[in-house]
Ligand binder design. Sequence first.
Ligand code: SAM
Length: 228
Amino acid sequence: METTQPSLYVVPTPIGNLADITLRALDILKKADVILAEDTRTSGFLLKHYQISKPLQSFHIFNEHKTLAGLIQRMQQGEVMALVSDAGTPGISDPGFLLVREVLRAGLQIDCLPGPTALIPALIKSGFPTDRFVFEGFLPHKKGRQTLLKKLAEEERTIVLYESPHRLVKTLEQVKEFFGDFRLVSVSRELTKMHEETFTGTVVDTLTHFQKKEIKGEIVMVIHGKEK
Ligand code: SAM
């Protein structure tokens, strides 16, 4: 069936502060027939806050492959779905890409609303050049990690990474090793939340800062590109 209306809306949700949701996102969540959610409890909390009552269906990395065909079939029969993740924009280090690809392959329409994502505020708050940047998501934990870091050390564009609190110091130590002591980095923690913090400095100063305390919360690391 050919349709001109989107069958799937990708809907960004807050990365911390519940007020960071657009009027249009709320409107789409109210109108959709079903909301596909990475974690139905997390999204249920958001929906309750905005007094939206909709059927929720779980859609996460452990079931996305096996649920794809059924979801497409239902969209072909006219169901309109909204996809949300736990935080930020679905598809950005979150499930979404596979579903979007299948929906498009099936000749159906998708729409993606602009909205919250953690990488952009961290990039802007770093004060590093924003005209060009690369987003690497989470670095691989083992295989290919060193090779990638060596390659990134030569990158002239600003680099944005997602990082977990317990790996931050290890990653900073490796940035120091591969990029040199004086490379500027900016670490944004708990963006939009009560304990939000951005520390920017040389990798050595940043290491000293974060080695001093227990690191908690969610983290985006921004690395200044190699100077020409
Ligand atoms: N889809 C999300 C987005 O659009 O940013 C990213 C999801 S990914 C599974 C989660 C990671 O995003 C966290 O480990 C952290 O690196 C980053 N992140 C999410 N919320 C954040 C916040 N409030 N402050 C800092 N980093 C955040």
